[in-house]
Design a protein around this ligand. Structure first.
Ligand SMILES: [Zn+2]
Length: 324
C-alpha cells in the first residue's frame, strides 16, 4: 500500500511541475543540442594503439576526441594531421614531457605549440600537464584557454579554474577498466549535468601506460549512442562552449507576427571561440513549424515543446526565425 501511495504522489508532483509555465526568455542550453551531460575522450602520450585501434573505433561512432602529444614520444605526424581533419583535436602535452615548473613552462608551451602547428597546420589552444603537475596558472593562461589536471572528479558545467580542469584516469592502473564501470561514471555525470573527461593512455596490449581494453572503449561509446543525453566533444569545444554559454548575450532585435530576429554576441576572441552554442528560443503558441536563417543562409533547427533549438556561432550576425 505504502509503495502505491508514494507512486501516486510522485506522479502528481511530476505533472504539476510539467504544467508550470516556464520563462519566455531565450536561453543558451547548458550543453550543445540541449544534451544533459558532456563526455571528453582524451588520449595522452601518443601510445601506439591509439592510432591503430582507438581512432578507427572513435570514427565509427563519430566521436571527436583530443590527443595530447609531446615530441618526446615521436608521434606519427601524418596520422595526427589526418586526425585533425576528421574532427578530432591535437593539443599540447609539452615538448619533452617534463615535470613543469615556472622556469621551464613558457619554453615548453611555446615550442610545443609551434611544433604541432608546423606539423598539422592547426593552432593549439589546450594543454594536458605531464604527470598532472601544474606550474603557475598565470604562465599557462598566456598560451592556452584551458588545461587539464587529473584530480579524479567529474567537472562542473563551468570549471572553477580553466587552468586546472579535472580528468579521470582509466585503464589497468585505475579502478575504471570495464565498459560497465565507464557507463556508471557517465550516469553519475548525467546526474550532475557535468562533464566527464576521461584520461586514456594505451589501448589493449600496447606498450604504453595503463591500457584500457578496446572492448571497454567501444562499450562506453555504444552506451552514449543509445542514450541521446550525452554530448561527446573535444576538450577544446567543451571549454569554448562553457565560456561562450556563460559570456554570450542573446538580443532580440525584431519581432512581428511572422518573424523573430535576434543576435548572439560575446566578448571572446572570434578566432578561437567559434564553437556553436545552442539557443533555446520560445515560440509563440500558434507557431508549430518554422525555418531559421543566419545572415540569409538557412540553418538547421529543431522544435521541442514550443521552443526552437538553434545552433549559433556567437558574433556571426542576425538569426531570423520565420513562421511556416
Ligand atoms: Zn603524459
Amino acid at each position: 500500500m505504502k509503495t502505491t501511495f508514494l507512486t501516486i504522489l510522485t506522479g502528481c508532483f511530476l505533472s504539476i511541475q510539467a504544467n508550470t509555465p516556464q520563462s519566455d526568455r531565450p536561453i543558451i542550453t547548458t550543453w550543445q543540442n540541449d544534451k544533459q551531460a558532456a563526455i571528453c575522450y582524451t588520449f595522452d602520450d601518443a601510445c601506439p594503439n591509439q592510432f591503430t585501434t582507438a581512432i578507427p573505433i572513435l570514427d565509427r561512432y563519430k566521436a571527436p576526441a583530443t590527443f595530447f602529444v609531446a615530441e618526446v614520444f615521436n608521434p606519427d605526424w601524418n596520422v595526427l594531421k589526418q586526425v585533425c581533419g576528421n574532427g578530432h583535436e591535437v593539443a599540447s602535452h609539452t615538448l619533452t614531457h617534463c615535470n613543469l615548473n615556472d622556469s621551464v613552462a613558457a619554453n615548453e608551451y611555446r615550442e610545443s605549440n609551434q611544433l604541432i602547428f608546423s606539423k598539422t597546420g592547426e593552432k593549439v589552444h589546450t594543454l594536458a600537464y605531464p604527470y598532472c603537475n601544474a606550474p603557475s596558472d598565470s604562465i599557462t593562461e598566456k598560451y592556452y584557454i584551458g588545461a587539464r589536471i587529473c584530480s579524479g572528479q567529474i567537472e562542473k558545467a563551468t570549471p572553477d579554474n580553466f587552468m586546472r580542469i579535472s580528468s579521470i584516469v582509466v585503464g589497468s592502473e585505475s579502478s575504471l577498466t570495464t565498459g560497465e564501470e565507464l557507463t556508471k561514471l557517465f550516469d553519475k555525470t548525467l546526474q550532475q549535468k557535468g562533464c566527464c573527461i576521461l584520461l586514456i593512455h594505451e589501448i589493449d596490449n600496447g606498450p604504453g601506460y595503463s591500457p584500457l581494453s578496446s572492448e571497454a572503449l567501444e562499450q562506453s561509446l555504444e552506451y552514449t549512442r543509445k542514450n541521446p543525453a550525452f554530448w561527446i566533444t573535444t576538450f577544446k569545444d567543451y571549454i569554448c562552449y562553457a565560456k561562450e554559454r556563460d559570456n554570450a548575450k542573446i538580443k532580440e532585435i525584431r519581432r512581428s507576427r511572422k518573424e523573430i530576429s535576434f543576435t548572439v554576441n560575446d566578448n571572446l576572441p572570434n578566432d578561437i571561440y567559434k564553437t556553436p552554442v545552442t539557443v533555446s528560443y520560445p515560440l509563440p503558441s500558434n507557431w508549430s513549424e518554422a525555418t531559421v536563417t543566419c545572415e540569409g543562409k538557412e540553418i538547421e533547427a529543431e522544435i521541442v515543446d514550443h521552443k526552437i533549438l538553434i545552433n549559433v556561432v556567437p558574433d556571426t550576425g542576425i538569426v531570423t526565425i520565420k513562421k511556416k
